[in-house]
Design a protein around this ligand. Structure first.
Ligand code: FAD
Length: 474
């Protein structure tokens, strides 16, 4: 995803391919697709075809030599060449690694074969082939264990339950999604999943998988499941760089120019480790791609990447969960941090806001979709929070006194409205002006709001603003 975005960024700055010739190697046999939407593929909302990122003519339009199904196996830094598994070798002036990450397999006995592949009845959850394998293994009425109660594991579990599969989630920690949620929110989420039919087991490790028999757990229990889906975390795909002597440490180490310990080698997206940036989300990679394109094409030699605001959403039907920034922070008691919290476990709601001064720096919003939308807007914009804290917590936050009401007109063109499909305001405007006049047409043309659906109101807002400002598109 990030490699594809980098190419688009390069061609926006160098449309006639005067400054850069680009060759792309992708180990997957398919052309780029939206990995973020795989949860919707698993849940049955989208087909593999619907998550494709580009039309077939994309590579020639962008003047890139695209080679899918070809894995780069070695970087020869002295000769400045990459070597590929089809025997080809390609010279480079600048090399961009956007190799992403891979699913991590926990040390549960029986999960992987001797050559490191998922064993019989086991599937990871990282790419489209994994989705196909999961759907083959997890039949309606059958039983599946999902290892991992993080975002991916819960999205997989919800998707499979919706298909009539009986699902148990095993999570080694005492509450779900501990990287984003505190224990209160984790408990409310576990209860909400339970009501939807997901069997959540906390503080439990899978010990041994035996096909045909089931999964033994470290609490002495055994789950009679037909298959295991592993969503226990990811690891940056940095082996290629490490083997070439480039500095890595849980990702290719990069500076603010996205440059590695070798000046000619750069890394962006999940495979890169930038100080202070959490990897594993797509938005930081997109921003890194823009910075690197600025630098390599020479459009802005001063461009630097300084980190991204992080927003995550659980893409699970009937559960509205969004988190932003440092939602785990607590009040240290010295007045530097203010924490607002509302826990309504009976109705599956939990809201927590973390403020430093008048800025929202973290949030957890569960079961409160309207409040979550205004919280994300406030967090993204960095605007001062209103002094009426109750209104803020309930999502009725008004702009600070004297400020204009937030309107799509004031959003920068590059603002991302739909995070799942990475649809910016300018993409919506372009589609509207090209004839996608009604809301459904705009959604069809851009796919905005067809992922988790959390931006539906924002897309409708942009549409209403365009209709008012420009009338019906011709
Ligand atoms: C089910 C699922 C749901 C997700 N949901 C969200 C979400 O809601 N929000 C969010 O922000 N993020 C989400 N993510 C994470 C998001 O998909 C990643 O952050 C994003 O894909 C990273 O993009 P990337 O280009 O760095 O890596 P990738 O998309 O992984 O692309 C890397 C590509 O490089 C290829 N490659 C690797 N090594 C080589 C090699 N040696 N030679 C050639 N090609 C190679 C790989 O095969 C792969 O195709 C989700 C991920 C999954 C799996």
């Amino acid at each position: 995803m990030v490699g594809a975005r980098f190419i688009e960024a390069v061609r926006r700055r160098d449309p006639d391919a005067v400054r850069a010739r680009v060759a792309v190697f992708g180990a997957e046999r398919r052309a780029a697709y939206n990995r973020v939407l795989l949860s919707s593929v698993l849940a049955g909302g989208l087909s593999a075809d619907q998550v494709r990122l580009h039309d077939p003519g994309w590579a020639s339009e962008h003047r890139v030599e695209l080679r899918t199904g070809v894995r780069v196996t070695e970087i020869d830094r002295a000769a400045r060449r990459v070597l590929c598994d089809d025997g080809a070798s390609e010279p480079y002036d600048e090399l961009v690694l956007a190799t992403g990450s891979r699913a991590w397999m926990p040390p549960t006995e029986g999960l992987v074969t001797k050559d490191g592949r998922p064993a019989e009845g086991v599937a990871a959850f990282r790419d489209l082939d994994d989705c196909a394998r999961i759907l083959e293994l997890a039949r309606p009425g059958g039983r599946v264990a999902v290892l991992g109660g993080g975002l991916l594991g819960l999205e997989a579990a919800r998707g499979l339950v919706g298909r009539g599969v009986r699902v148990s989630v095993l999570h080694p920690v005492e509450h779900l999604m501990e990287r984003q949620l505190d224990s209160g929110a984790g408990a409310v989420l576990a209860a909400a999943l339970g009501r939807l039919g997901v069997d959540v087991r906390l503080g439990v490790l899978a010990k041994r998988w035996t096909p045909g028999e089931g999964l033994e757990c470290d609490d002495g229990g055994r789950l009679a499941v037909d298959a295991v889906v592993v969503a226990a975390g990811v690891r940056p795909e940095d082996g290629l760089a490490a083997a070439a002597g480039i500095a890595v440490d849980g990702g290719v180490l990069v500076d603010d120019r996205m440059t590695s310990s070798d000046d000619r080698v750069h890394a962006i997206g999940d495979c890169a480790r930038h100080p202070g940036t959490v990897s594993g989300l797509v938005q930081p990679g997109f921003e890194q791609a823009e910075v690197l394109a600025d630098l390599l094409i020479g459009a802005d030699p001063a461009a630097r990447y300084r980190g991204s605001p992080l927003v995550t959403r659980l893409k699970a039907r009937d559960i509205d969960l969004a988190t932003a920034g440092d939602g785990l922070a607590e009040d240290p008691g010295d007045g530097s941090v203010e924490v607002l919290r509302l826990q309504d476990a009976r109705r599956g709601r939990y809201a927590k806001l973390v403020l430093r001064g008048d800025r929202l720096v973290g949030a957890i919003m569960l079961g409160t979709p309207d409040a979550a939308a205004s919280m994300i807007q406030l967090y993204d914009s960095g605007r001062p929070a209103p002094s009426d804290r109750l209104a803020l917590l309930l999502g009725r936050a008004l702009p600070p006194e004297g400020a204009a009401a937030p309107s799509p007109a004031h959003l920068p063109a590059a603002s991302v409205i739909c995070r799942c499909n990475t649809v910016t305001k300018s993409k919506l405007v372009t589609a509207f002006r090209a004839g996608a006049a009604d809301l459904d047409g705009l959604v069809r043309a851009t796919r905005a709001s067809t992922g988790c659906g959390g931006c539906r109101d924002a897309v409708a807002g942009v549409h209403a603003w365009l209709t008012a400002a420009e009338g019906t598109a011709s």
